[in-house]
Design a protein around this ligand. Structure first.
Ligand code: ATP
Ligand code: MN
Length: 477
């Protein structure tokens, strides 16, 4: 018999149908009621066994965590909590579970504890919901771009250019660290290494995406990205996924329009397709805040927050305006910020970004036209000669979720910028070539996938939205 998935059975409610279901036991009550979950839904299927009809030894194997298969008729449920249940006729134990030692007892576990058993945490309600939503976000992103004529480009994971300066890089090498080949002067002889030169894991696919945008018009990347920064925060991973659209003939305003429409569409799609998981996570946050004083609780539920972002335009504010707001803000005057904003040109820290979004504007914000000095070399210089067409999208609870810009398309200006930033133009000759052969105005941005999943699921730590987090000192599983 064809095996059914629980989400479908609970949706169709075909009373009288004989079905088979495979899954993992959440609980087994009174030797009679199995709560079975197969991962397709946050909801369990209640399976009712008549213990007289089954072998006692077999029933003993139905413990929390065990993998079983049941076959029986779908019937209307007498009990509260579910509309339908299975009257079990046949029972198969795929894999018993050592009930005493199973780390996921049916009780509440802390997220920190669950991080230590990341190989089992997808079996919990919270992580099941998070990872189902993560899938939907990913799917919605591909769908968004595909429907608008963008092509997905797979940019390399191993890269020979270390010039981008987006962050500290991980070296990739086959050299034996205990016995490295050396030049006469004692330095490492990279000629003996696999690629015959130093190479790294990529920090961004942007430069390569630009090459494709100036050929295919509209492209996006969606791939793993690596940063070896030692930042142990709730928003940084050493290995994360980034989405980088790049569009020919687009200026900074087109870029802001794209970022806003893109985020709103993807979040809308999740609201439409992941209702039950979102409701579960929304309630989880309410429960978590129960101990807090009223003033410290969130003013909006998770779902309300997502709806707010979908239904309200983002505030667009220039860096210069933002600095004025911050300089005159209470936490700046009372020296409550860790970094006091003294003057134009200061780099914004996440505390400043969050003040603007959460306190001042109470809305997502797009900051644009940053000082050239604090942004990357490839951003287009404005007429004032001191700001560049950069934009950061800032979200409540997250801070920067997107960083992007209009790119410098003028050969001479770009070359001069590289020299100012101490980047050898020869090293990036292939990047400069796009400006020599048919250059055009173009723009793009990078979205941190996990930061978006964090926002959508309401999880406060980025380690809880990626299946196997890599952070300083942590590469288990
Ligand atoms: P931040 O200032 O928050 O460290 P950044 O300015 O270094 O980020 P960009 O180089 O602009 O980041 O990268 C584009 C996007 O990638 C960021 O807006 C963010 O969403 C995401 N991102 C950057 N670094 C990380 C990281 N270490 N872990 C997870 N996501 C990241
Ligand atoms: Mn950035």
């Amino acid at each position: 018999m064809k095996v059914s998935r629980i989400d479908q059975l609970l949706k169709d409610k075909k009373i009288g149908l004989e079905v088979s279901v495979q899954g993992w036991v959440r609980t087994f009550r009174s030797n009679r009621f199995i709560a079975l979950n197969d991962g397709s839904s946050i909801r369990n299927l209640q399976c009712v066994v008549d213990f007289e009809a089954f072998d006692e030894q077999q029933l003993k194997l139905i413990t929390t965590g065990a993998c079983i298969e049941v076959t029986g008729d779908l019937v209307a449920s007498m009990g509260a909590g579910q509309e339908v249940e299975i009257q079990v006729k046949k029972l198969k134990i795929h894999g018993a579970s050592d009930a005493e030692k199973y780390p996921l007892q049916p009780k509440k576990h802390s997220l920190e504890f669950l991080r230590e058993i990341a190989h089992l945490r997808p079996r919990t309600q919270t992580f099941g919901a998070v990872f189902r939503i993560r899938h939907h976000v990913s799917f919605a992103i591909h769908q968004y771009f595909h429907q608008r004529g963008f092509f997905n480009v797979h940019t390399p994971i191993i890269t020979g250019s270390d010039a981008e300066g987006a962050g500290e890089m991980f070296r990739v090498s086959t050299i034996d660290p205990a016995n490295p080949p050396r030049n006469e002067d004692g330095t490492l002889n990279y000629k003996e290494d696999f690629f015959e030169k130093p190479v790294n894991l990529t920090v961004s696919g942007q430069l390569e995406a630009e090459l494709f945008a100036t050929a295919l018009g509209k492209v996006y990347t969606f791939g793993p990205t690596f940063r070896a920064e030692n930042s142990n925060t709730s928003r940084h991973l050493a290995e994360f996924w980034m989405i980088e659209p790049e569009v020919a003939f687009a200026n900074l305003h087109d870029n802001m329009d794209l970022a806003e429409d893109f985020l709103q569409s993807v979040i809308k799609s999740v609201l439409e397709n992941c209702r039950e998981d979102l409701e579960f996570l929304s309630q989880r946050l309410v429960d978590e805040e129960k101990g807090l004083a009223a003033a410290e609780r969130s003013s909006m539920s998770l779902i309300e927050k997502l709806e707010f972002v979908v239904n309200n335009s983002f505030r667009r504010v220039s860096y210069t305006e933002a600095i004025d707001i911050l300089k005159n803000s209470k936490p700046n005057k009372k020296k409550k910020f860790n970094y006091i904003i003294e003057e134009w040109g200061a780099d914004l820290q996440s505390e400043h970004e969050r003040y603007l979004v959460e306190k001042h504007f109470q809305s997502p914000v797009i900051l644009f036209d940053y000082p050239a000095k604090i942004k990357a070399f490839y951003m287009r210089l404005n007429e004032d000669g001191k700001t560049v067409r950069a934009m950061d999208v800032l979200f409540p609870g997250i801070g920067e979720i997107i960083g992007g810009s209009q790119r410098e398309e003028r050969y001479d200006v770009l070359k001069k910028k590289m020299e100012d930033f101490h980047i050898e133009p020869e090293e990036l000759y292939w990047y400069l070539d796009t400006r020599r052969f048919g250059t055009c105005e173009h723009s793009g941005f990078g979205l941190g996938f996990e930061r978006l999943v964090q926002f959508v699921t309401g999880m406060s730590n980025i380690r809880d939205v990626i299946p196997f987090p890599r952070t300083p000192g942590n590469c288990e599983f």
